[in-house]
Design a protein around this ligand. Structure first.
Ligand code: LMR
Length: 370
């Protein structure tokens, strides 16, 4: 596995980490002006430099070119997650670099938009950034099924490298037809199975159970291969669905399971790591093209800072969340041996047989090489 980090760590610092604080947010409208339409920065760290000011233009007062505006970042998870922490890092970097001319409001916990309506509200410029789980974008492009392909990536770094690379970037680029721009991938990490019925240790244990998924045909196929049912439910309805027995179980990262207290309503967890939660940081063309070069440069730098920070936090927050789940002791935690995992890998091979041609053999090959 080749490890590759495309984003520089230049802007990350311990001071940044220490000073991050949670933020709610009112709903002031975004007020954007300007009118440059440089190409969007939708790659991992290699954002294009904005055009330079003509040499003979008189020097302007520092910050004079920066447009005053309010940027809204909407997402669906809790505060103690890599997504929210990355968004706060982005907020801090943008607000500081703009001398307060740009305000950033971060809306966690589906408090502005939820899974069902965040993409259309992004495209309508009612939010300037969203950070959906890629499984929620599979209707826009089958390439976003990649994190749902069983046991595909062996680490966050491998997933980062794929999405920073040419095949991942092509998938992001295909959102431009909708008016959305992919700014990069933020990992959360491997998903694990929870359920209320029985300890799951082998493929046969899934038989007849019903699971909630984030969405997408690959996850549907994965569960049907295991002789289980599945249904997609928005994240903000999941706790109640588990509590009321609408579904028997679900799959998620430790940080999502812990921060949403799913261990209150689930009896068993199996550490599987069979699929992943990886996010797409998205903006919209209307907002992006409304910024002048000086303003866009600040936002681009903020995106890099947020991306680096989210990437640096994901594994750590998941490890801390697992520890908390163990300490709370409310959910029985089952670990699988290498042999058990191999059984699942073999069992789930039909998912690859069906979806390799749909996602693209070249795309899967590239992802596997990371
Ligand atoms: C879920 O719906 O379970 C996750 O995708 C939520 C998230 O954004 O991490």
């Amino acid at each position: 596995m080749k490890k590759r980090r495309m984003f520089s760590m230049l802007f990350m610092s311990a001071a940044l980490a220490a000073s991050l604080t949670a933020c709610g947010g009112s709903s002031e409208p975004a007020s954007n002006g300007g009118g440059s339409s440089s190409p969007p920065a939708n790659s991992g760290g290699s954002t294009p430099e904005p055009a330079k000011e003509p040499a003979k233009e008189p020097a302007k007062e520092a910050g004079a070119d920066i447009q005053e505006m309010t940027i809204k970042i909407s997402h669906v998870v809790a505060e103690n997650t890599p997504k929210h922490q990355g968004a706060l890092a982005m907020k801090k970097a943008i607000e500081e670099a703009s001398g307060g001319k740009i305000k950033v409001q971060v809306f966690p916990n589906s408090s502005l938009f939820g899974d069902k309506d965040e993409y259309q509200n992004l495209v309508a410029n009612n939010a300037q950034f969203i950070i959906p789980d890629m499984a929620k974008l599979v209707g826009n492009d089958p390439g976003f099924n990649i994190p749902s392909m069983p046991f595909l990536f062996s680490s966050d770094e491998a997933a980062n490298a794929f999405w920073d690379g040419p095949k991942g970037q092509e998938i992001f680029k295909r959102l431009e037809k909708d008016g959305a721009l992919g700014m990069g991938m933020w990992p959360n990490g491997p998903k694990h199975i929870t359920n209320n019925k029985k300890p799951i240790k082998a493929p046969e244990d899934f038989n007849g159970l019903k699971f909630r998924t984030q969405g997408g045909q690959v996850l549907e196929k994965l569960y049907s291969t295991l002789s289980a049912g599945s249904v997609s439910i928005p994240f903000n309805e999941l706790y109640t669905a588990l509590q009321q027995g609408t579904v028997d179980g679900q799959e998620n990262t430790f940080s999502n399971i812990e921060s949403k207290k799913f261990d209150e309503v689930q009896k068993y967890m199996t550490i599987m790591g069979h699929t992943r939660v990886d996010y797409a940081l998205l903006t919209n063309t209307k907002f992006w093209n409304s910024m002048n070069d000086a303003t866009r440069k600040i936002v681009e730098e903020g995106v890099k800072v947020g991306t680096d920070f989210a990437r640096s936090q994901a594994a750590e927050l998941n490890a801390a969340a697992l520890k908390k789940l163990q300490e709370r002791g409310q959910i029985e935690i089952n670990e699988l041996s290498k042999e058990d995992i191999q059984k699942f890998r073999d069992f789930l091979k039909p998912v690859y047989d069906e979806y390799n041609p749909i996602i693209g053999e070249d795309v899967i090959k590239d992802a596997m090489s990371r």
